[in-house]
Design a binder for this molecule. Structure first.
Ligand SMILES: NC(=O)c1ccc[n+]([C@@H]2O[C@H](COP(=O)([O-])OP(=O)(O)OC[C@H]3O[C@@H](n4cnc5c(N)ncnc54)[C@H](OP(=O)(O)O)[C@@H]3O)[C@@H](O)[C@H]2O)c1
Length: 253
């Protein structure tokens, strides 16, 4: 048994640690987007595979017997690639996804980042807190009326269009409600834009926004591609570990 974990999330690191400790042969894969990634336990390879065909070839070359896609819920391309490569090779796939944050009726729900930029454009206030990541900044670049507080792990790539009025904070969490409240107060934030990533690491901003009556624009998750019945998705480490124990035969263990 040799498991490839598609990572870049806290869950992927936890899973790599648990499987490695249990003596499973695990290889973790990162995209290489972040300059100083938090590395999982065990062997790690970094960089794209070259699409579904490249991933399928990698799985065969590396004698991988099971793939766990524990990537971020918004990393839709690698998830589609994993589904395609698994179908092409017959190698079992499991999708591990943290649950989304439960819907709040006060949120303005939007399907994608362009719709979020539209919602911001229509908002009459000034201070906007953007936590959607540096690679989505260009969607807001034409908006020179709002003041954007942008928080990201790394700065935007040189040449990326960014909003004219932008204050950039480099940070990667986890965050506290007190810290988020102070930050939003300090920067006069009236609207928060976030992806529905789910999980506790970045949820404090939602509690802070609620307490401060800050409007929340929530970008909902892209849909999963069609998956085989044994591929889940599952949301817990225990389910993923049972899937590995069962040789990838069932997402229910
Ligand atoms: N999107 C987010 O908001 C977000 C937030 C936190 C962490 N992340 C993590 O950051 C990474 C990149 O996210 P993304 O949204 O850019 O992904 P994406 O749009 O789904 O993927 C774009 C391309 O990057 C490569 N790639 C992505 N994840 C990879 C991985 N784990 N290992 C090897 N190659 C990978 C693949 O290249 P090839 O086609 O060449 O194989 C893929 O086609 C993922 O690992 C994800 O878990 C993403």
């Amino acid at each position: 048994m040799r498991i490839l974990i598609l990572g870049g999330t806290g869950e992927a690191r936890e899973l790599a640690a648990a499987l490695t400790a249990a003596g499973v042969d695990v290889l973790s894969s990162l995209a290489g987007r972040v300059s100083q990634p938090r590395l999982p336990a065990g062997p790690v390879r970094i960089g794209g595979f070259g699409g579904p065909a490249g991933l399928a070839a990698f799985l065969r070359d590396e004698a991988i017997t099971g793939v766990i896609d524990a990537t971020h819920p918004f990393a839709a391309a690698i998830t589609a690639s994993a589904a395609e490569a698994a179908a092409a090779t017959g190698i079992p796939l499991l999708v591990l996804r943290r649950p989304p944050w439960p819907a709040d009726p006060s949120w303005v729900s939007v399907p994608d980042i362009d719709a979020a930029a539209g919602a911001v454009r229509d908002w009459p206030g000034e201070g906007v807190f953007l936590t959607t990541g540096r690679r989505d900044l260009s969607a807001f670049a034409a908006d020179d009326r709002h003041r954007f507080l942008v928080r990201a792990v790394d700065p935007p790539d040189p040449g990326t269009p960014t909003p004219k009025q932008m204050t950039l904070i480099l940070d990667r969490g986890p965050y506290t409600v007190d810290g988020e409240t102070a930050l939003m107060r300090e920067h006069g934030v009236g609207l928060l834009v976030t992806k529905n990533s789910g999980g506790p690491m970045t949820a404090a901003k939602l509690d802070a926004a609620r307490a401060l009556a800050v409007t929340v624009v929530m970008v909902e998750r892209p849909p999963l591609p069609p998956l085989p019945p044994t591929a889940g998705p599952v949301s817990t480490m225990a389910e993923a570990a049972r899937w590995v124990d069962g040789g990838g035969q069932s997402a229910d263990g």
